[in-house]
Design a protein around this ligand. Structure first.
Ligand code: AMP
Length: 512
């Protein structure tokens, strides 16, 4: 099949040839004819499948068929500014020979330039918060919208935008065609679709919530404190072409960047506290291979589109399982081979259990094939603050700051909070409203017994050591895998019988 088979406007075909697409991807093959036939559509497609072109190309075909009158005729609603910018770039590419004006608006920047750019716009790409702001200020009316596209609907739900989305949809004329794209199809999205779509057709390119198959996934069990060394080791050996590294929080993204720079690896972070300009520069430098590593939080990474991204590293495992699918979808885009490496410490193993359930496969466990104790890390020397110098001049001892202990949530095996750690950090880019209703799918306790309560398989320690390629006499290498079997068994016991232990402790106290 080729794009010619869709019988598109020749000017759109010309643009497609210029961007270098030869064959429509599966989602394009399925979705484009349905949209061209004016149907509403629910499409279950992950990022990286070519979904942007799947909705943009038929949208442009429909808009180009009518004379333009400077009104907003198509609206694409998307959760993050990165994604909005990405879609904007794609639509500009596909419409370069058409007489259509496309504008993108998103929060986090001043509205003035965006308001100016809105004049005579035909296609508007927007994040929900900024769109509502400008609608409330009467800069935008959506009454002429003929096609409404809700992109990454599940993500908008996760980010707490659902009420904003509903308000926007209600402001659009009922005579519209509505397309809903989502990587996953939770109940709430199905409900939303029922409410806002009319007799929709359904297409799905991968089974719900399944992982992009071309991606080679690898899992490393590693102590939290050894993650730095493992990352440096891999970047020095196996990942010399660099990688996109994910952390759960903005603070950790900064820490990883600092670590990499101290160790001679060029790196930059993108997250909600970085200005839009800084994010764009970092992304461009990564695309141009001026920096080897881009460290990103999930929200900032949404919409990152880098061709031929070899490897994604999950430095921290996401506590929202679907996020794993989104993250690794950065690699292996449009059918290219990809690789996703996950570093999992003891506390994160229940997340892996949840992820594996979601993707319906076990992520292959890799042995840490080096002695992490021998990996050297460099640290920049900190100049003490003036006040500290003064007090030490006076002979006063400076008390070292006690490191804050971070509580690990969700250890009970129940997914208590759907919001990511990054969201909890109160990201400025999220106009997050209420957290999701606790009665949604998250309230269902997950398999109460994480696989980690037991060793990964029930084989003896000896055979497991063989599987890990370890020297059984060497306790050091045990350390690389959750601090040795004794600790592991102890932790597992503690983990499993925490409640019982608490109860019996209380009993003993009462008896005493
Ligand atoms: P998306 O899923 O929309 O984020 O697209 C992922 C990547 O696939 C982007 O880099 C697109 O430019 C690319 N792409 C989309 N459609 C095609 C196609 N038919 N052939 C080759 N690449 C494509």
């Amino acid at each position: 099949m080729t794009f010619n088979d869709f019988d598109l406007n020749p000017l759109i075909n010309k643009a497609i040839v210029q961007v270098g697409y030869e064959t429509p991807t599966p989602i394009q093959q399925k979705a484009i004819p349905i949209i061209l036939a004016n149907n509403d559509l629910i499409a279950c497609a992950q990022t990286g499948t070519g979904k942007t072109a799947a909705f943009s190309i038929p949208m442009l075909n429909k808009l180009a068929a009518k004379k333009q009158d400077g009104k907003i005729r198509a609206l694409i609603l998307t959760p993050t500014r990165e994604l909005a910018i990405q879609i904007h770039e794609n639509v500009i590419d596909y419409s370069k020979f058409l007489d259509l004006k496309t504008t993108v608006i998103y929060g986090g920047v001043k509205q003035k330039n965006q308001v100016t750019a809105l004049a005579n716009t035909n296609i508007l790409i927007a994040t929900p918060g900024r769109l509502l702001d400008l609608m409330n200020q009467k800069y935008i009316t959506l009454k002429d919208v003929e096609i409404l596209i809700l992109d990454e609907a599940d993500r908008m739900l996760d980010m707490g935008f659902i009420h904003d989305v509903k308000k926007v949809v209600k402001a659009v004329s009922n005579k519209r065609q509505t397309l809903l794209f989502s990587a996953t199809m939770p109940k709430e999205i199905k409900k939303l679709a029922q409410e806002f779509l009319t007799n929709p057709m359904n297409v799905s390119v991968t089974p719900e919530s399944s992982t992009v198959e071309v991606i080679k996934q690898e899992l490393y069990h590693v102590n939290k404190n050894d993650k730095k060394k493992l990352l440096i080791h891999l970047l020095r050996t196996d990942l010399k072409d660099g990688a996109l590294v994910f952390t759960r929080t903005k603070a950790n993204a900064n820490r990883v960047v600092k670590l990499l720079i101290e160790n001679g690896i060029e790196a930059k972070a993108i997250h909600g506290n970085k200005s839009q300009a800084a994010r764009v520069i970092a992304l461009q430098e990564f695309k141009d291979k001026k920096i080897e590593v881009l460290v990103a939080t999930d929200i900032a990474a949404r919409g990152i589109d880098i061709d031929l991204l070899d490897c994604v590293v999950n430095y921290e495992i996401p506590n929202i399982f679907e996020t794993y699918v989104h993250r690794i979808g950065r690699s292996g885009r449009a059918g290219a081979k990809g690789r996703a490496i996950s570093f999992c410490d003891y506390d994160e193993r229940e997340y892996i259990t949840g992820i594996e359930k979601l993707i319906k496969q076990e992520i292959p466990l890799m042995p840490v094939n080096c002695d992490l104790d021998k990996v050297e890390l460099f640290k920049s020397v900190k100049t003490p603050r003036t006040s500290e110098r003064r007090s030490s001049d006076n002979g006063n001892k400076i008390k070292p700051k006690k490191p804050k202990e971070k509580k690990v949530k969700g250890i009970s095996g129940i997914r208590v909070d759907k919001k990511s750690d990054e969201s909890k950090e109160n990201s400025s880019e999220q106009k997050a409203s209420k957290p999701r209703d606790s009665k949604t799918r998250d309230s269902k306790p997950r398999d109460a017994k994480p696989r980690d309560a037991k060793p990964r398989d029930s084989k003896s320690n000896e055979s497991k050591d063989k599987r890990f390629g370890r020297n059984t006499e060497k306790s050091k290498s045990d350390n690389q895998n959750f601090g040795g079997n004794k600790i592991k068994q102890r932790n597992a016991r503690n983990f499993e019988s925490k409640n019982n232990a608490d109860k019996s402790a209380r009993k003993v106290q009462r008896k005493g």
